[in-house]
Design a protein around this ligand. Structure first.
Ligand SMILES: *Cc1c(COP(=O)(O)O)cnc(C)c1O
Length: 479
């Protein structure tokens, strides 16, 4: 069956992703991906540990440059696969676990408990018992959690190492809002009046994890933690670690000008100054009132000049109000081990999601819709849309030849398997080099950090996607 369509001449707004060599190789010779999707079904998450080790190495080299004691705890919640956790441990680093199950799986996988921490937002007694049993450092967020932990150590007769989560830092005269942790004054009082004298609890460090990506806010938080640990030191209470959390920006896009152009064209489109860029002119979180736009799109900042190790370095070389030396020197002088908990940034370039085209059709307005054998929870984060161009891999090699011609290109949308009107894999209008045919593949690159797993659900009883790792020209299931 041939599929009729009108060739679309409107100007497309590209967002060209950065693609690591291992993914490029698979995309260039699509037969392997076709076979893998036939074997493991669609969608398939294909991943590699090669960029993961590169990302760990990049962070390490910053710490080494500034001669800082350090440990990198991979935040497991960003991806379900155990392979990343075990690889982080093999590389001599650690894993930040955020639930009983995440911790139990890491222990079962044989990771040394000294390389694990527990930052779970809700800690059951079952979780605390497991952490205490294995002497895993526990990050304490509130008094009820501390109470429960005290009961657990009394019951089991085992000591526990604890770090306190702190928050509410002052930046430019205002308090950074958070629902997590203790204020610095509460923490100081709690440590000095209670924890330092506790027979079974050992205070080992401070921890914070800030929302957003502001370098001055991170620096201010570190400065205020250093003040606290200096005050504790004056009372002879020693702090071994300062854990500055995750949240290191990733750069997904090749070209800053594409990113800026997308934003300006999106605004133009929403104000009806050009053809739509998003389905039915979805404003991606902006608000339009009386033909005026308010706010910015609620999307991840996919283009970042300063990212990953560069972002960490900018924090460490910052100065803070309280002291006249750069942060790295303050930490080095105090012999504090600096800990970080990167999730997304260690997964940069480690994974891609591959889905099979199931159907083509038009909606009531005549838009081309391409149906994929996947659902939108299998490629979803807190960003309103994943703003990277997917890669269309035609099944027929001969067809691929014609596809390079601009003449054949068409614009349309990708839809998924949940029975909702809103079930779009991407809200953004996509340019295809020719109408996709049933059985073609659509590849979404750089999806390992949050995109593939964080919101994946099983409505309609759909099976969860398989996860395979690509090594030496073969695929193996994550175990
Ligand atoms: C989510 C989270 C992280 C990881 O954040 P990324 O943005 O993926 O680096 C680290 N620590 C805590 C406490 C978190 O909640």
């Amino acid at each position: 069956m041939t599929f009729s369509h009108t060739t679309n001449k409107e100007k497309h707004v590209p967002l060209t992703p950065i693609i690591h060599d291992w993914m490029r190789q698979l995309i260039d010779v699509p037969l392997q991906l076709q076979d893998a999707v036939a074997q493991y079904r669609s969608p398939l998450n294909v991943q590699s540990l090669v960029p993961f080790a590169e990302n760990v190495g990049a962070f390490k080299s910053v710490f080494e440059k500034y001669e800082l004691q350090h440990r990198i705890y991979f935040a497991r919640k960003a991806n379900k696969c155990i392979s990343y956790a075990t690889h982080a441990a093999e590389l001599g680093e650690g894993v930040d676990t955020a639930s009983f199950e995440e911790l139990a799986q890491c222990l079962e996988a044989g990771i040394d408990p000294a390389q694990l921490i527990s930052t779970a937002a809700v800690k059951s007694s079952r979780l605390l018992e497991l952490a205490v049993e294995h002497h895993v450092t526990i990050i304490i967020d509130n008094l009820d959690e501390l109470d429960l932990l005290e009961k657990v150590v009394q019951r089991t007769g085992k000591n526990a190492n604890i770090s306190l989560r702190v928050g509410g830092f002052e930046v430019n005269g205002t308090t950074l809002h958070t629902r997590f942790g203790f204020s610095l004054t509460e923490a100081q009082k709690l440590i000095l009046d209670h924890i330092a004298h506790h027979p079974m609890l050992s205070y080992v460090g401070l921890h914070f994890h800030l929302n957003g990506y502001s370098i001055p806010e991170r620096a201010a938080a570190i400065g205020q933690c250093i003040e606290l640990l200096d005050a504790l030191q004056e009372q002879n209470v020693q702090t071994l670690h300062l854990d500055i959390g995750g949240g290191y920006l990733v750069n997904y896009l090749n070209d800053q000008s594409e990113w800026e152009y997308f934003h300006s064209e999106l605004k133009k489109a929403i104000l009806e100054g050009r053809q739509e860029l998003t389905y039915r002119n979805d404003p991606l979180g902006m608000v339009k009132i009386k033909n005026k736009l308010y706010g910015e799109p609620k999307v991840y900042p996919y283009y970042n000049e300063v990212n990953k190790d560069g972002f960490l370095e900018k924090i460490l070389i910052s100065h803070v109000d309280e002291y006249d030396a750069p942060i790295y020197q303050l930490l080095r002088d105090r012999k504090i081990e600096v800990r970080i908990e990167p999730g997304r940034s260690l997964l940069d370039q480690t994974g891609m999601t591959v889905a099979r085209v199931a159907f083509r059709k038009h909606d009531a307005a005549g838009n081309l819709l391409v149906g994929l054998e996947m659902n939108r929870t299998q490629m979803k984060s807190s960003s309103s849309d994943f703003l990277l161009d997917p890669i269309h891999l035609p099944q027929q090699i001969e067809e691929a030849a014609d596809l390079s011609s601009e003449e054949q290109s068409v614009l349309g949308y990708l839809v998924g398997a949940y029975c909702l009107e809103q079930e779009f894999i991407l809200l953004r209008k996509i340019k295809f080099h020719g109408v996709p045919t049933v059985g073609d593949l659509m590849v979404f690159v750089n999806t390992a950090g949050y995109m593939m797993h964080f919101f994946e659900s099983q409505a309609h009883q759909f099976a969860l996607a398989e996860n395979v790792f690509y090594t030496e020209k073969a695929f193996s299931i994550d175990r």
